[in-house]
Design a protein around this ligand. Structure first.
Ligand SMILES: [Fe+2]
Length: 316
């Protein structure tokens, strides 16, 4: 399982760190955050560009010592409408991790390091960054419940195909340039309510790209020292420029996004029964009620499962 769940007390510790750190590494415009957080993308600044832990030498050493399943790699240049979930298998092109690390530029490769925060050397730095995120978003969206970070290393002309994730994100550019195309997740022509319900209930694949939505994207040109906020489940596609690129994604969920996720899950169930539930995001009261029903249903389901297992144990 990717990512780390945060207890309330651990969240409070990270928040406290973020509020008291003497030299913050992330720079937010408070007015912009208040106006746009989780509604629209916006730029932030950071001081990680020259950080020694994000040099290629340090990152390649990290790749060699992390569990092999944490390092994903493929060719960089792939179609922008490729399926993200199968892209690492489909576009591996005979590469091995050693061949990628030994001849990264020559192979025009792309690496995704999953959860560098699991490495003891990287944990304090990345948890500190999550504390800074918490300190800036707490007033608007309190309670980060889970986070997961990723380092992307890509040679020129690499593409991360169109997709959406089930969380929020700050994507920070550390080296080279990236163009990030982002779409409004609340726009029904980009993703329908049904598609969002199914996305968050893990029913079928992620909503696909269609050429009709291309003009609806906003374009964000990232250079070292800049990052862009992705609102909850905002679809995106990313293109690397003409030189090597390194970026860090800080992704997270909050109590509120967990509530929305559970409301979408209940909607997906209702749709399975042939019903047409109200779209999530239109009424906070209705969404909260749906979340409670979804969680109650899950508890009842688990209770039945536990009873069934006990029954099996007793008859064994
Ligand atoms: Fe993504």
């Amino acid at each position: 399982m990717l990512g780390t769940y945060l207890s309330t007390s651990r969240y409070d510790e990270l928040l406290q760190h973020g509020r008291t750190v003497s030299t913050p590494l992330l720079h937010f415009d408070e007015e912009v955050v208040t106006q746009s957080y989780n509604r629209a993308p916006f730029l932030i600044g950071h001081d990680l560009t020259a950080h020694p832990m994000f040099s290629l030498t340090s990152l390649f050493a990290l790749c060699r010592r992390m569990p092999v399943e944490s390092i994903l790699y493929r060719m960089g240049a792939i179609p922008g409408n490729a399926d993200l979930d199968t892209s690492y298998d489909r576009y591996r092109a005979g590469l091995t991790l050693d061949s990628v690390l030994d001849g990264f530029e020559e192979h025009q490769a792309y690496i995704c390091i999953n959860n560098p925060e699991r490495d003891p050397a990287y944990a304090p730095l990345i948890e500190g960054l999550m504390g800074e995120v918490a300190s800036r978003t707490h007033a608007l969206d309190p309670g980060i419940t889970w986070f997961s970070t990723y380092v992307f290393i890509s040679t020129r002309d690499a593409v991360t195909p169109y997709h959406m994730d089930r969380e929020m994100n700050y994507l920070l550019q550390l080296q080279g340039k990236k163009t990030v195309y982002l779409w409004d997740p609340m726009d029904e022509t980009v993703m329908s309510s049904r598609e969002k319900d199914h996305l968050l209930a893990h029913v079928g694949g992620r909503p696909p790209y269609s050429e009709a939505i291309e003009p609806l994207a906003t374009e964000w040109n990232l250079t070292p020292g800049l990052g862009v906020h992705h609102p909850f489940i905002a679809p995106h596609r990313v293109h690397t420029g003409s030189e090597l690129s390194v970026s860090l994604a800080l992704t997270f969920r909050t109590r509120h996004s967990d509530m929305a996720t559970d409301a979408h899950r209940l909607n997906a169930r209702l749709r399975g029964l042939g019903l047409h539930p109200r779209a999530v995001g239109r009424s906070e009261v209705v969404d909260r009620a749906k979340c409670h029903v979804a969680r109650l249903g899950q508890r009842v389901h688990r209770g039945f499962d536990a009873l069934a297992h006990r029954g099996i144990d007793q008859t064994a």
